[in-house]
Design a protein around this ligand. Structure first.
Ligand SMILES: *[C@@H]1O[C@H](CO)[C@@H](O)[C@H](O)[C@H]1NC(C)=O
Ligand SMILES: *[C@@H]1O[C@H](CO)[C@@H](O)[C@H](O)[C@H]1NC(C)=O
Ligand SMILES: *[C@@H]1O[C@H](CO)[C@@H](O)[C@H](O)[C@H]1NC(C)=O
Ligand SMILES: *[C@@H]1O[C@H](CO)[C@@H](O)[C@H](O)[C@H]1NC(C)=O
Ligand SMILES: *[C@@H]1O[C@H](CO)[C@@H](O)[C@H](O)[C@H]1NC(C)=O
Ligand SMILES: *[C@@H]1O[C@H](CO)[C@@H](O)[C@H](O)[C@H]1NC(C)=O
Ligand SMILES: *[C@@H]1O[C@H](CO)[C@@H](O)[C@H](O)[C@H]1NC(C)=O
Length: 592
């Protein structure tokens, strides 16, 4: 008896007076125990879930973990969130006892005072019981992160008080039941990765209190119901990754509170409605990976709060409206993989550098020069266009610049960086491969202390590889392949942690020296093939390149014996010494 009293006191302390004072209704307790029975795993050594551990016959169910009672002891809330579902070290979460008979959770239909039902990560691997349709007071249902079977039961359409419905978990493919049309009090509907099929019911426009509609990662077909333009309370609309067709309803612009419009990865076509600019609260506009065509409406630039515009992978034509650079909070714009023509608007250079703006206009048909004032952009990807002219030196104050596959003709030959550069860190990645750049590597390249990746391959660069470029303190990745570099290798190479050095297909001559190899302990790939290197390899080569995976020295004029120490390169998986003038056998390498 004393032990029991202490037990009750402990329970009182643990679960607070409000819930512990009331004695739970016997019928409700039986319903909960019946539900729990389905979640006890067999055989037993597996740890049952922490929440369910407190659900014991003969105790007050109002004190059980996750259970909330009314003042009369009826269960009004269930929030069972299994921690073990997330953390395997806390034991195997309970699975449904496969020999359980009847419908898992059917007994929950008897909790007639239930206000909320939250069951996440409890590995519920049975259908949602249609008996839940009897819970006429239910305002919130959340079945996130389970692995339910079956489809959405039409009976949920009887929950006329329902405000929040979240079922982000696998289901069997099936439609949104038309009975849901009656749920006009819904404010949040999150049905993601739920394998929904069929179309979005047009009656959704009657859910006049809707704040969030998230139906992403499903297989919904048909068009976006224009009725959504009447749900004026809507803040978030996400239909990402479905198979929706048709056009974007222009009346979505009528939604004064809309902050996120996410329609990417569908098959939407037609023009982007200029009326979207009337959605004054819009911050995130994501329409990428669709089949949108015609030109980008300049009016989008009047969205004062917009932060992200993603229109990538569409069929948009025309030029980039300079108005798009106007919004003062814009930090990311992706217009890549369209058919855009014309030039890069200089207006983007006026965006506040403090926003770390990133602009992706790659894979379009843009022409003309790169504006001189782009130095405040954080990340610029304008690869695979027809841009021409010289590389503007002001871009060294960007962090990441990708201009691969354009028609750039030169690098300025300045010996110092411009005086008026934006303050702050300097470029760390620069890709200029596949242009038509001629002339030698310019002196200013050696003034970029933070650069770790530099790719100027596939151009027409002449002259030697300067020691000062190869010795840049942060450089890890250097690709100067497919140029017209000549002269000998510098006497020293990387100062930083080298990873890739590709100089293949140039005209570099002279020997590979020990002092050149001395700091290449971290190098992974070295390609000097198709040059004019000569002389023997350093006898101690095996003591320098100890991390190397791939060494390609083919098509040179190297001679002498291949040093025995090369067999000490234990990570080497590719070695090509062909088409040289080596004599004698190649030592065997254990890893090849
Ligand atoms: C119990 O449910 C009521 C009604 O939904 C709610 O106001 C209250 O915060 C809940 N109590 C707990 C401890 O969750
Ligand atoms: C699983 O269900 C069967 C049949 O109802 C029952 O005999 C068995 O005891 C259950 N196992 C557990 C651990 O509850
Ligand atoms: C969910 O259930 C399906 C079918 O029963 C199974 O193939 C899948 O592995 C399960 N997923 C998880 C995360 O348990
Ligand atoms: C720019 O867009 C292209 C095509 O959509 C993509 O492949 C590339 O990774 C993007 N660039 C950056 C820096 O994210
Ligand atoms: C260097 O650039 C060439 C051509 O652009 C490319 O084929 C090669 O893979 C690059 N090398 C490395 C190590 O990335
Ligand atoms: C090594 O170089 C030769 C000549 O440039 C080239 O054909 C071959 O593909 C290269 N091997 C690797 C793995 O890059
Ligand atoms: C390989 O490395 C070991 C240990 O560093 C050294 O003793 C040995 O001489 C090396 N072998 C060759 C052939 O250089």
């Amino acid at each position: 008896m004393a032990v029991l009293t202490i037990g009750i006191l402990v329970l009182l302390a643990a679960f607070g007076p409000a819930s512990a004072q009331v004695q739970c209704n016997g019928g409700d307790r039986d319903a909960l125990l019946e539900f729990k029975a389905a979640f006890i795993d067999v055989p037993s050594p597996r740890v049952p879930d922490a929440d369910f551990q407190t659900w014991l016959p003969g105790t007050n169910c109002c004190s059980w973990r996750g259970v909330n009672c009314t003042s009369t002891g009826r269960v009004q809330g269930l929030a069972v969130q299994s921690a073990s579902g997330q953390d395997p070290s806390r034991g195997t979460p309970p699975f449904r006892n496969s020999s359980y008979r009847g419908v898992v959770g059917a007994s929950l239909g008897r909790l007639s005072e239930l206000d909320y039902l939250i069951m996440t990560q409890i590995r519920w691997n049975a259908p949602i019981p249609k008996e839940l349709g009897q819970l006429s007071k239910l305002r919130e249902v959340n079945f996130g992160e389970n692995n339910l079977t079956g489809t959405l039961p039409a009976e949920l359409g009887k929950l006329l008080k329902l405000e929040k419905l979240e079922i982000s978990t696998n289901l069997q493919p099936g439609p949104i039941p038309s009975s849901f049309c009656r749920l006009t009090r819904l404010t949040t509907v999150r049905l993601t990765s739920t394998r929904l099929t069929g179309s979005i019911p047009p009656c959704i426009g009657r859910w006049s209190r809707l704040v969030g509609l998230i139906l992403s990662y499903n297989s919904l077909t048909g068009s976006i119901p224009p009725g959504l333009g009447q749900t004026t309370t809507l803040v978030t609309l996400s239909l990402t990754s479905n198979q929706l067709t048709g056009t974007i309803p222009a009346n979505l612009g009528n939604l004064p509170s809309l902050e996120s419009l996410e329609l990417e990865s569908n098959q939407l076509s037609g023009a982007i409605p200029p009326q979207l600019s009337r959605a004054r609260s819009l911050q995130f506009l994501r329409l990428g990976s669709n089949r949108l065509s015609k030109s980008i409406p300049a009016s989008l630039g009047s969205l004062a709060l917009i932060r992200t515009i993603d229109l990538r992978e569409n069929e948009l034509t025309g030029s980039i409206p300079r108005e798009l650079a106007a919004p003062s909070n814009l930090y990311s714009m992706d217009l890549s993989a369209n058919q855009l023509t014309g030039g890069l608007p200089a207006a983007f250079g006026q965006i506040d550098a403090a926003l770390d703006f990133s602009l992706n206009v790659s894979h379009n048909k843009l022409v003309g020069p790169i504006p001189q004032n782009f130095g405040g952009i954080f990340q610029l990807d304008a690869s695979s266009n027809y841009l021409s002219g010289a590389f503007p030196l002001s871009l060294v104050s960007c962090r990441d610049v990708r201009l691969s596959n354009n028609g750039l003709s030169s690098l300025p030959q300045a010996t110092s960086l411009p005086q008026n550069l934006n303050p702050g860190p300097r470029i760390f990645e620069l890709r200029l491969d596949g242009n038509r750049i001629t002339g030698p590597l310019p002196p200013w390249l050696s003034l970029l202390p933070e650069i770790f990746k530099l790719d100027i391959s596939r151009n027409m660069i002449t002259g030697p590889v300067p020691a000062s470029v190869l010795g840049l303190p942060s450089l890890q990745d250097l690709n100067l392949s497919n140029n017209k570099l000549d002269g000998p290798l510098p006497t020293q190479s990387f100062r930083g942690s080298a990873r890739f050095l590709d100089l293949h297909r140039n005209r570099i001559s002279g020997p590979i020296t020990s002092s050149f190899l001395a700091n290449l302990g971290t190098i992974i790939e070295l390609d000097f093939s198709r040059n004019a290197l000569s002389g023997p390899l350093p006898a101690d080569i095996g003591s320098y390149l100890f991390g190397i995976n791939s060494l390609n020295l083919s098509y040179n004029k190297l001679d002498g014996k291949v040093p025995a120490s090369i067999s000490n390169l234990t990570d080497l998986s590719y070695l090509n010494l062909a088409y040289n003038k080596f004599t004698g056998p190649v030592p065997s390498i254990p890893s090849i």
